[in-house]
Design a protein around this ligand. Sequence first.
Ligand code: S3P
Length: 171
Amino acid sequence: MMQVLIGYMGSGKSTVGKVLAKNSAKAFIDFDNYIEEKEGMSIPEIFKNKGEIYFRKKETAHLERLLASNPNAIISLGGGTPCFGNNMETVLKATPDVFYLKLSVEKLVARLKTEKSQRPLIKDIADGDLSEFVRKHLFERNFYYLQSHHIISVEDETPEEIATKIIEKLA
Ligand code: S3P
């Protein structure tokens, strides 16, 4: 069975996904990396050279392929993946195990402040405006994220502890 991790930028999807894959002896696929490989460009380059609309089109197309060809993997999606086109529907149909890693705006902002440069959507937002941006953006995206089968509230747990919480839900 496939498990899919979704959540806002900076929620730890890739880090947790790697631990989860190791602990359950499954393959791990980071969807952003998958897109980068298929497109032969980094995500910041795709946004810069082709624009967000192009990225979202490719994201949807690659998502279908990824899900169809990896029925047994642990997959972490991009923060925006569930929120465009019919992507969330597609994901929910592919597996009964969609997990939303839910963090507070405060925690997300604290992390994202130090990791802005590789994230085209926030790289030009001043630190002082980030909290307002994330609060609004998360409010819009929650409509999609909250359709997940499982919501994992993350506070100060380590990636190992979060992976354990996820495995417990599967049992
Ligand atoms: C995006 C999140 C990114 C990446 C792209 C757009 C978003 O993934 O797909 O920069 O719309 O939230 P991460 O959540 O892995 O940073």
